[in-house]
Design a protein around this ligand. Structure first.
Ligand code: TRP
Length: 450
């Protein structure tokens, strides 16, 4: 306990915390996953469900998760046992933290593989590979990468190495510094890309695809995917925000921070979507082409636009950095747990957990080539199955339990103290978190099982 207290870090300012949380939230989920799952699930109606999930499920759970972390001040299992003890609830609540840590490791195992694609593309862009590239060239460039387990392995390893090194350095010097310049830069490049997309012939069609809902395209599974993505993109349901919350001072407003995180995260995803689908429709590409979407579209834009070499290299560089700040947040809960619960030095813990995760990642690499016809869940590859299991089952389940704990089990006084809301807002928040959020998550779950 004394040891944990000694090394317990805190964010230096409210802004530093918000930036770090945004750094966690904004990542491959926004730039890579959101556009491709939107394409696969028919566009507008899916986006609408996703936005509803962010507002009615994501934001309330985000507020609850950060607040619980700040009150418990430990790694997710420790926080949960402390809070359970304080509220006289079952000891078993610590397992919620364990579910989260497992989910984090599983997500990270494929996250670094995809971030590795970004790194490969960064190097390709710098070496001028995308100059004058057309849609056909971009497609074959991507399949060449997928067909090379050695290259995927190399970049997966490099990204994991980076993650381990940064996380070893600790919260303040590692995470805060990197993010304060990265996020603004990412935003600028996205705006430049939006400017480019605006002048492509596919821009109008892109807007129509994303914002004109056609509910006939919506299936039960796409609602589940939209909900799962709300958890994934906000980094909630597994303890990342819980552990980041544990480093937040009492002085700051959790509600304000959460609104910032949700708004910026949603904006980045929507802009990325508009840009990518403009290129898709301009070049007659297939919106539902899957995980390769980002990588098969943007090189075309960079190949054609003035300054494409510069913006392309900058963009893929930023994708890697955005992924890195999220990767760090995926491993932090477990590293923190090793440190404070088991007194394992931080650096050792980082290598241990990182190494294990790296190993699991090998299966994801194989699922894009040598093992592409091995299916785990239904017709899903190893990568597809892990993605489904984590985003659509483990995170919503974790989030549901957090909402139940915060809404029903924690004392009114603690909730009031953490949130600091006026009576009216507190009542509204409580009502949403106690009823709307759990019921919505349960309905989506149950209807998918049936
Ligand atoms: N939110 C990140 C993204 O959109 C990924 C991520 C980081 C995450 N930490 C998480 C997802 C915790 C779920 C839980 O890319």
């Amino acid at each position: 306990m004394t040891k944990a207290a000694l090394s317990s870090p805190t964010w230096s300012t409210q802004t530093a915390f918000i930036l770090a949380a945004i750094g966690s939230a904004v990542g491959l989920g926004n730039l890579w996953k959101f556009p491709y799952i939107t394409g696969e699930n028919g566009g507008g109606a899916f986006v609408l469900v996703y936005l509803a999930c962010i507002l009615l499920i994501g934001l309330p759970v985000l507020i609850a998760e950060i607040s619980m972390g700040r009150r418990g001040r430990g790694s997710p299992p420790e926080t949960m046992s402390r809070l359970a003890k304080e509220s006289g609830a079952s000891k078993l609540w610590w397992l919620l933290g364990v579910n989260g840590m497992l989910a984090g490791i599983l997500i990270l195992s494929f996250y670094t593989v995809i971030a590795g694609w970004g790194m490969a593309y960064f190097v390709d862009s710098v070496s001028g590979d995308f100059i004058d590239m057309d849609a056909k060239g971009a497609a074959s460039h991507f399949s060449a990468l997928m067909g090379s387990p050695e290259t995927l392995l190399l970049w997966h390893s490099v990204v994991m190495l980076f993650t381990i090194v940064v996380i070893s350095k600790g919260v303040k010097s590692g995470i805060e510094k990197a993010i304060s310049f990265m996020m603004p830069a990412l935003f600028v490049v996205l705006i430049v890309l939006l400017g480019y997309a605006f002048f492509t012939p596919g821009f109008g069609q892109s807007l129509a695809f994303l914002f004109e809902p056609d509910f006939s395209k919506l299936t039960g599974e796409s609602v589940l995917i939209a909900m799962g993505h709300a958890f994934f993109t906000l980094s909630i349901g597994m303890g990342t925000m819980m552990v980041y919350g544990a480093y937040v001072s009492e002085k700051y407003s959790v509600v304000k921070a959460s609104i910032w995180i949700a708004v910026v995260d949603t904006l980045v995803a929507l802009i990325a979507g508009i840009v990518i689908f403009s290129i898709v429709f301009t070049n007659g590409l297939e919106p539902g082409s899957g995980p390769g979407l980002l990588f098969q579209t943007l090189p075309v834009a960079f190949g054609q636009m003035t300054g494409g070499w510069f913006f392309g290299s900058l963009f893929f560089g930023l994708v890697v950095l955005a992924a890195l700040s999220s990767a760090i947040s995926l491993i932090e809960p477990t590293v923190r747990w090793c440190e404070s619960r088991w007194s394992i030095p931080r650096t050792k813990a980082a290598w241990l957990i990182g190494g294990l995760t790296w190993l699991i990642g090998l299966a994801t690499i194989a699922s894009f080539n040598i093992a592409s016809n091995i299916h785990l869940f239904g017709d899903k590859t190893f990568f597809g199955s892990i993605d489904f299991l984590t985003a659509n089952i483990m995170l919503p389940l974790g989030g549901l339990l957090m909402a139940v704990f915060f809404g029903w089990i924690m004392s009114k006084e603690s909730v009031q103290k953490e949130l600091g809301l006026s009576v009216y807002w507190l009542r509204l928040f409580n009502w949403v978190l106690k009823f709307v959020t759990p019921v919505a998550v349960s309905i989506v779950f149950v209807s998918n099982i049936i």
